[in-house]
Design a protein around this ligand. Structure first.
Ligand SMILES: CC(C)(COP(=O)(O)OP(=O)(O)OC[C@H]1O[C@@H](n2cnc3c(N)ncnc32)[C@H](O)[C@@H]1OP(=O)(O)O)[C@@H](O)C(=O)NCCC(=O)NCCS
Length: 172
């Protein structure tokens, strides 16, 4: 399956069905709605800055993904008969063989395993693309993100930096 056509159905630990699929330009409204349901603290942990609004330039950057140097997946849950975006993750290749990853799940759906499932699929795509390493920076106190990375089973090297923990996850 091409990364841009990626789609998989999973069951969360509470029994709910979740679809993991490639982000599409037409997800704009759903993605912005998900951001609007996400707390300041979660957005800070994702963007390392207080983030409420996004410029058109930023929105275009996050939506128009080429699925080579930039891959983005979303998680969709059925809420009252509607498929709603509850989370997403992406990687951006920063140098040959190495990509930086980032995740966000809206607050109401955190702790249900969405992040862990997203990670599993992002790793599958990264491996398929021949990447060797994923890197991430995690702010102090963000145990949920660290748990998601640990649950991937990948070999992880951590480096404590003044403002954040820098992680290198080995795919090979
Ligand atoms: C980090 C994040 C993506 C994890 O997604 P998630 O769907 O909540 O993750 P999971 O449900 O798979 O949970 C992973 C672990 O973290 C725990 N966890 C999740 N949310 C938590 C919270 N708010 N507080 C404490 N622990 C939490 C879960 O209980 C689980 O632990 P367990 O395996 O021991 O049960 C999500 O919490 C989030 O969006 N946080 C804000 C944005 C962010 O931090 N991004 C990371 C920047 S790289």
């Amino acid at each position: 399956m091409q990364a841009r056509d990626y789609s998989a159905n999973e069951t969360l630990r509470n029994g709910r069905a979740v679809e993991i699929r490639a982000l599409r330009p037409e997800d704009r409204a759903g993605l912005l709605a998900a951001v609007s349901r996400t707390s300041d603290q979660s957005l800070y942990r994702r963007f390392f800055a207080f983030k409420r609004g996004f410029t058109e330039h930023e929105i275009a950057f996050y939506l128009n993904v080429d699925f080579v140097g930039h891959v983005a997946l979303i998680a969709l849950l059925d809420e009252d008969g509607q498929q709603v975006i509850v989370g997403g993750c992406r990687y951006i290749v920063v140098q040959p063989g190495q990509a930086e990853v980032a995740f966000a799940v809206d607050d109401a759906h955190q702790g249900q395993g969405v992040g862990t499932v997203l990670m599993r699929h992002l790793v599958a795509i990264a491996r398929n693309a021949g990447l060797k390493e994923l890197i991430a920076d995690v702010l102090p106190g963000n145990t949920a993100m660290l748990k998601v990375f640990r649950a991937s089973g990948l070999d992880i090297k951590t480096e404590q930096e003044p403002e954040a923990t820098h992680l290198v996850l080995h795919l090979t």
